[in-house]
Design a protein around this ligand. Structure first.
Ligand SMILES: [Zn+2]
Length: 343
């Protein structure tokens, strides 16, 4: 019996309802889970994780912030123009952070081959002290801090391929050399951060790598960055764990941003992340769901990534676009100052 790909989720996350016509709606997760239940992927096991505890959240957020959100349990609240809580949101946020954290724990223990936390609300825009951009707790930061502080992991490589820049994750690790954050995103675009020159600070200088992209890029452009930039960074960094903020809003059918990635493209990215993890981190790879708002595109992209996690051969795209090549060359020129393996 081979070690399974674990899928962590909890249907209590359906109870997070930011309001009518909000793109980050309960049907996102409902569709994904219905699809995975109706056509089970061999090699996967679906689990409900314990919710994140107060102590686990406090590694990523100050007490005052956790307490402030907890006071909205059972109530509605508008936290910023895009970010709202319904009566079930606080528990959903605990479940999302818990699923992310336990996905990491099971992968580190060797009980999972790799894992995908199928969660909402998403997390990568959440700052330590502030909800933002549909996000309440920063699930990635909670999970990575658990790896660092509770599991003894010394170096984590975090990849963020959501179409938006993961400002909260960048800021959490900005002055630290133990977590290398590499973020591909449309730029300039929401949330405004993610410029090439944001490289980290102090001992963290060079460990924050932004890959700003113009609109309209597709599968081979994204794959190029994973293959030619993130892989050589991992070769120098030697991570013990690879985590991914896996958003699917760069999909061609997703209307939140004008990117042209296909479900095959996401499967290819997942395959490249798997290759990085297998080559440098003993295969330890955890995907965390972030954005992705076109239901069919999201469901199929998640499914294709899960199949790659279980060992399917990912597709291979060819021929990056001129604009993709230009964006890659600029990011590579900046990263080469800090990472010697970049060609
Ligand atoms: Zn996004």
């Amino acid at each position: 019996l081979t070690t399974p790909t674990l899928l962590f989720t909890d249907t209590c996350m359906y109870e997070h309802d930011p309001g009518p016509h909000h793109p980050e709606r309960p049907d996102r997760l409902r569709r994904i889970l219905t699809d995975l239940r109706e056509r089970t992927i061999p090699g996967t096991v679906t689990r409900k994780a314990p919710w994140a505890t107060y102590q686990q959240l406090l590694r990523a957020h100050p007490t005052g912030y956790v307490e402030a959100l907890s006071r909205f349990r059972g109530r509605r609240a508008q936290l910023d123009p895009d970010t709202a809580m319904s009566p079930g949101s606080y528990d959903a946020a605990l479940a999302a952070a818990g699923a992310a954290l336990h996905a990491v724990a099971e992968v580190m223990s060797g009980r999972a081959r790799n894992a995908f936390a199928l969660i909402r609300p998403p997390g990568h825009h959440a700052e330590s002290h502030r909800a933002m951009g549909f996000c309440l707790f920063n699930n990635a930061v909670v999970a990575i801090e658990h790896a660092r502080q509770a599991l003894g992991v010394e170096r984590v490589l975090h990849i963020d391929w959501d179409v938006h820049h993961g400002n909260g994750t960048q800021h959490a690790f900005y002055d630290r050399p133990d977590v290398c954050v590499v973020d591909l995103h449309r730029y300039p675009f929401y949330p405004g951060t993610g410029a090439l020159h944001e490289v980290g600070h102090g001992p963290g200088e060079g460990f924050n790598v932004n890959i700003p992209l113009p609109a309209g890029l597709g599968d081979p452009d994204y794959a190029l960055a994973l293959r030619e930039l993130i892989y050589p960074i991992a070769e120098s960094f030697q991570p013990q764990l690879v985590t991914v903020s896996a958003g699917f809003d760069a999909h061609a059918q997703d209307h939140l941003a004008d990117m042209e990635v296909s479900e095959d493209g996401f499967a290819e990215l997942c395959g490249l992340a798997r290759a990085v993890a297998e080559t440098f981190a003993g295969g330890r790879l955890v995907l965390l769901l972030e954005g992705g708002y076109h239901l069919r595109a999201l469901t199929q992209s998640v499914r294709d990534c899960v199949e790659v996690l279980t060992g399917s051969t990912p597709p291979e795209s060819r021929g990056p676009s001129p604009r993709g090549l230009e964006a890659f060359r600029e990011a590579a020129a900046m990263a080469r100052r800090y990472w010697r393996h970049i060609g």
